[in-house]
Design a protein around this ligand. Sequence first.
Ligand code: UD1
Length: 384
Amino acid sequence: MPQPHILIAVGARPNFMKAAPLIRSLKRAGRVHLTLVHTGQHYDPELSDWFLRDLKLPSPAVNLRVGSGSHARQTAAILERFESVVLRLRPDVIVVVGDVNSTVACALGCWKAAYPRGTPADSSRRRPLLAHVEAGLRSFDRSMPEEANRIVTDHLSDLLFAPSPDAVTHLRREGIPSRRIFFVGNIMIDSLRRALTELKGSRVLERLGVSPGRYALVTLHRPSNVDDPATSRGILRALQWLQGRLPVVFPMHPRTRRMWARCGLLGRLTQGKGMILTPALGYLELVRLMKSARLVLTDSGGIQEETTFLQVPCLTLRTTTERPITISHGTNRLVGVIPRRIVESCEKVLRSRPRRPRVPPRWDGRAAERISRILLRHVIHLTP
Ligand code: UD1
């Protein structure tokens, strides 16, 4: 009897740490055939290869090599190439993760690719079952490209794996039947907990010349922050103030490096002491830096969650978050991008004693186990 076939699609840096624990858990269960497909949305070694290596992800069986482009072009290219892969490989289930363009494109690809999936006597065409890991997050900010990706993907999905209770509430409110929604916890934390056991050999603090608890960590990549010169200049002013107070480690996303070089901000950033610029880092080095930072400034989604788990103060340079639990339970604060506000918030963190945040429910390193159990239960019924 053929084994059920699960295809897991990834494409961009924040996808990899969500797929890795699930792949490991499904492999352990051993009753399915697994295929990893990489869309190639992220292709730079610093955004892709280093992460795949650190997370010990298997080499993708297929890479669609879509690369960069406008959002529409990128999404369309993935959709087109993914359809042929699905028709060729004929998986029973497609799993998409997170909220990037690859997520929504592969979700749509799943719906568009129908093929005969019954017994030889049954020629009806059906599409694979679609599962979404990290379902139900909403920022309610419709200018964010990821918000559309989240809404569309959730409404196409058959199985929705929610990381937090608020995510479950959003899905129910949007009319998705409860039987399709599963509160499984946060799979990013599965990867993070594992990474924490693998940090012993890391020399990244020594290499960058910083000591535990005595530096700030900054990551920025959102187009709304780094593509707009006026916003970027304001953030830069705040960072210049901060580097006068303590060393600032700033691993730069290729997009930020390119945009800030173009408007002359990169040169200004390196003036003065205390700014340590690096290319974007691998997963383990970033976790090591996050764990010992005095504070983190970011516009990333995942880092808001990771700092909550690590109990490190996090200032998010955005006005909305799709992860409010990191504020209600964790260490995160939304500070926006007005320089005075960023400086005041940094001062407050540097003055205060860290409070003891709570770790949100089911951020316990067992999300992948829950997801694979549910997937296996569903997939067994699908094979003829
Ligand atoms: C994407 C995700 C975002 C996620 C982020 C993490 C979407 C809509 N956005 O944003 O949610 O937080 O990844 O990094 O999917 N580029 C490179 N090298 C690469 C990939 C991209 O230089 O390997 C440059 C390209 O020139 C491109 C720009 O970065 O124009 C944007 O890349 P893209 O993948 O479209 O989105 P990100 O900004 O990385």
